[in-house]
Design a protein around this ligand. Sequence first.
Ligand code: HEM
Length: 327
Amino acid sequence: MQWGQFIAHDLSKTTMLNNQECAACTSNNGRCFSVFLSRADPTWIYGSSDRDQFLFRQGAFLKTKLVKNRIFMNLHCSDTNMNVVAGDDRANIFVGLAALHTLFLREHNRIAATLQRVNPHWDQERIFHETRKIIGAIIQKITYFEYLPRVLGEEFERRIGDYPGYERNIDPSVANEFTSCAFRFGHGMIQVKHITLRKIFITLKLTPAVTERIFGNSDLGSINIQRGRDHGVPGFTRWRKFCGLSEIRDFDDLNKTISNKIVIDNLRVIYKHVDAIDMYVGSLLEDPVKDALVGPTLACIIGEQFKRTRNGDRLENIFYFTAFSRV
Ligand code: HEM
């Protein structure tokens, strides 16, 4: 779960304006739409511009704060909410996410110190960027070799497969439907209690903690549905067609992909027509494909995005994917 949120924050960012300000009929000049960052490059650690780095970079290293003799991310000094300084301002939205940020901050500084020792002739700028490249490679390796195969199961080979080298005609941009719907599937993995190691086959389900009590009284499920509608994402049945999956013409057809009859009956009550089912709702309810956490529609959209993000990345392909594929 945690890795998903970590990389989601690398790929896109919707405004942090509150929902009232993003309501329909208000003039907000597009500020309620996502900013697509388009590369699997750890921007949540290093920021999206050189200017950001003034806040958290010190030469080759990332700034730290010592708390009870342990190294953590630096804090905004004027911030009474104790927000941490990182490449992304969502770094402490959740304790698990803050922990991963802290881990990679420490890893950056560890690698930078090693490179400095081994290459005393390198300047701070070079050490910083060489370290950043290594951190980027580690993150891409975990994402493509461990995380995505687990999320997509047997669909991984079909939808992503091996890296063929940089493909100049591939557009790596992040798709609207990926960020405003599909990759939010991870909200169905948030658990109220920690799962035991034996219970590794979880079913995607939005717990009441997510739909009723997140950040006080927000409903993240409804926000996700609303984002999909605001962003004009077509309905679930249209996505099945796009993905080359069997067509759903009426509610009875849903049993091709959702085995729980009660769920289908509930959809029948809630939606007037099968084509009105929101993509977020329908795709989250599908039975998972073999060895996967997600159903076929999510596997298709998530797979398509990550394939394009990898194969169309003209900047990092030589080091990240080619060298690390051989590891
Ligand atoms: C404790 C865990 C998590 C919390 C508290 C959380 C919370 C949130 C919140 C509040 C938003 C903004 C919603 C909006 O205004 O549109 C969001 C967006 C999003 N989340 Fe999560 N999330 C969590 C885990 C995850 C996971 C595990 C994934 C993926 C596997 C994920 C993927 C996304 C994506 C793709 C977005 C849209 C990003 C954007 O464009 O801003 N989240 N999340």
